[in-house]
Design a protein around this ligand. Structure first.
Ligand SMILES: O=C(O)CCC(=O)C(=O)O
Length: 222
């Protein structure tokens, strides 16, 4: 099972990350639905937050994908290049689900500390109508790229391989993986993990995505 692994990208050379983060912050909307918290905002439409049958997810995701791709094309191209080199094959962008999007976590005077996410595995392909009934290959990955400045405790916690979500609630995590701006962190989606608690005033801005194998090809979505 792939444990969280850092892969450097050329983010700093390609983009003004401060500008990118301000734009994402402006565009972001409060996340609503399952697992949302006061501080969590998104740009893009993750399947894991969708509460209905998935039809609303599909409609809004497909409506937003092309604008989002065009606006952040330089970032997506770099990330998909890095993923292809690491995984040894091309990763396609899904045309039937939301493309990888962004989490923005904003602490404030009322909510000065983000208490951390719920320990979970990433099985959000189950909420994507177009993937229902598809035969999935064994490969399943999740990735995160920190776009904002690194800060104390900004990172990921994960539990030992084989730990279930239910057990993780009662156990301490195995490790904390600090994020470093510009490094993509990739791991097996079946590893129980969560966003680590943090209390900095800086917004925590990340690009997020999942990869599955569909009809023999690696496909990224969110
Ligand atoms: O932002 C992170 O550190 C990971 C996010 C996460 O756990 C997820 O989106 O499933």
């Amino acid at each position: 099972m792939l444990l969280p692994t850092h892969i450097p990208t050329r983010l700093h050379a390609l983009l003004d990350t401060e500008l990118l983060c301000s734009e994402l912050s402006r565009r972001s909307k409060p996340a609503s639905g399952k697992y949302s918290s006061e501080q969590l905002r998104t740009v893009g439409r993750p399947a894991y937050l969708s509460q209905d049958s998935g039809k609303e997810y599909e409609r809004s995701a497909l409506a937003e994908n092309s604008g989002q791709w065009r606006r952040f094309e330089a970032l997506y191209s770099e990330v998909f290049g890095v993923l292809a080199r690491f995984l040894g094959e091309v990763v396609l962008m899904s045309g039937r689900a939301a493309i990888p999007g962004f989490h923005i976590i904003r602490n404030s005077a009322n909510f000065p500390r983000y208490e951390g996410g719920v320990p979970h595995v990433d099985s959000s392909y189950l909420h994507v109508p177009a993937f229902v009934g598809e035969q999935l290959g064994r490969d399943q990955y999740s990735f995160t790229l920190l776009l904002s400045r690194e800060n104390d405790n900004v990172g990921l916690e994960y539990w030992a391989p084989g730990t279930t979500e239910a057990d993780a609630i009662l156990q301490a995590p195995l490790a904390f993986v600090p994020y470093c701006r510009g490094n993509l962190v990739i791991f097996d989606s079946r590893l129980v993990h969560r966003i680590a608690p943090f209390s900095s005033e800086l917004e925590r801005v990340t690009l997020q995505g999942h990869i599955i194998r569909l009809e023999g090809r690696l496909v990224a979505f969110w």
